[in-house]
Write a protein that binds this ligand. Sequence first.
Ligand code: PEP
Length: 254
Amino acid sequence: MKTIHLFANWKMYLDFDESNILANALAAQAKKNSEQIKIAVFPSALALYPVGQVLKDVGLAVGAQNAYWVDKGGFTGEVSVNMFKEAGCEYALIGHSERRHIFNETNHEVRQKLEAALAVGLTPVICVGETAEERRADKTEEVVEIQLRSALDKLAVGADAKIFIAYEPVWAIGTGDACAPGEAERMHGKISKIVTALLPKVDCKILYGGSVRPANVADYLIGPLTDGVLIGHASAQLDSFSEIIKRAGELAKA
Ligand code: PEP
């Protein structure tokens, strides 16, 4: 029986009230969840604190969708890693493709966010993945390797550090065009090799993300190199997220 991680990226889909309503609904049904399933929710920065208060008593974690690396100062509009930590976060998404491609976040910035997150004790979820164009040019492995190396090479990490890598092909995010499970699993093997070579002592878990739905979640979770999934759209609706939690629970028991 493996532990399965279900990470819910609510992006900017839900406003304050909607986030709290969904968090309360998830909390109300949490006792039905399998103990093998670990759930973390990534709400908007504004909803994060109340959502975290609702979820912490039922064993669900919260995380930041993005965080700035400087502790405090004149950085209008930013929220720092330690502010998120203080608000109850356990995790931080780092380098989500929407940050990289809509907000032009660079590999260098990803590295700074990663170092800062680790320094305050947030568990980073580093997102990597190729665009459709890079895939067509047969550059998937090259792009993912560059993203991993720039994030992890010579990274100073404590002996008990934990990191997550989410393999999220950009063309599969929010499109309904999910990556074939066998292809995702093959990439997880490549990612695992690179991470182990760079950080041999670190506990690294690998997630798949990109159009995960109730109908396909089990196809990813059965992969031996897949520790869980990062879910966007389907995690922001009670019906579909509950169904994903249920299916993952059945699989964990099997
Ligand atoms: C994501 O944003 O990380 C994601 C995987 O989104 P979706 O599930 O909607 O493709």
